[in-house]
Design a protein around this ligand. Sequence first.
Ligand code: UDP
Length: 351
Amino acid sequence: MKVATAVGARPQFIKLAPVSRALRQRHQEVIIHTGQHYDDRMSATFFAEMAIPTPDYHLGIGSGPHGAQTGQMLAAIEEVLLKERPDVVVVFGDTNSTLAAALAAAKLHIPVAHVEAGLRSFNREMPEEINRVLTDHVSAQLYCPTETAVRHLQREGVIRGVEQVGDVMFDVLLEAQPRIQQRAQALLPEFGLTPRGYILATIHRPANTDDPEAMRRIGQAFSDFGLPVLFPVHPRTRKLLERYGIAWSERIRFVEPLGHLDLLALASQAHQVATDSGGVQKEAFLLATPCTTLREETEWPETLEGDWNTLTGSRDAAICKALGRPRPAQLRHNPFGKGDAASRIAQSLHA
Ligand code: UDP
């Protein structure tokens, strides 16, 4: 088959890596990059690090208001699909690139396969939640990472084409595993950090970044807690903090976004991860690093089991308390599959 894969943002490049490799063993792949993330550190780095083939199409759409961005992607992807006529279009996760590609394909009667189907935060104020729900409802093949995801779809009446294959990000993590410890040994001294002696933070969700008070409270909590915080800053977060004129304490070290192995290495050795990222919550869980999630809800409820992850929103006292909670003693049960999600998707995919 000719399979078009559509990506645009950092987490999608990471998910594409194992899927693309598995697809290419049996199908022809055309990669479409919308350009949603264009900064080298948010895009090119991942193609190089994870040996993802160069996109066949780079649409160069870039940032913009949701409607304009999604609309431009929709038009541009439609053109590519009309030219390439793929048998199936594979989309990943929950960004505007996901929705635009799914919609463009569905309108042309090309079957859509959704990798990471069925996730729900039940918060429709998150742009990602709208993207997930709509994408699932136009998809013909829905590849769920967990049993919870399958149940969410059932409740919405989506049953046909649903398959629980496990999480492709667990595939990626398993593959990186043998290199994580060695990388951590090199990186910690470079950043002047000690094992379990720092917090690794990532923040990019609009509920936090678009609210200067929330960002102030998070900075306050980090500074009150007392451990050094390493903060690889998402470009939009940096832009907004500069605009608000917020200066966080010197305990919080701003660095450029990290490559994926470096992120995993630093997460694996942290006292805790503090994040509003979906993927980072899950990686912390899989690496057995406790996580404090700076949100009110999560689309990965499995990570909350046994106190490995705690939701605090942006309340400073709650963040401080969660960062200080004892490390859970209970062993984690891994609900994210066997690490063979990508090959299962490649096998199951059909026109
Ligand atoms: N990530 C990374 N470098 C960073 C921050 C995150 O490689 O500096 C990775 C992280 O390990 C995870 C993915 O990016 O695999 C998560 O992406 P992001 O937080 O942008 O999106 P979300 O998962 O919230 O959709």
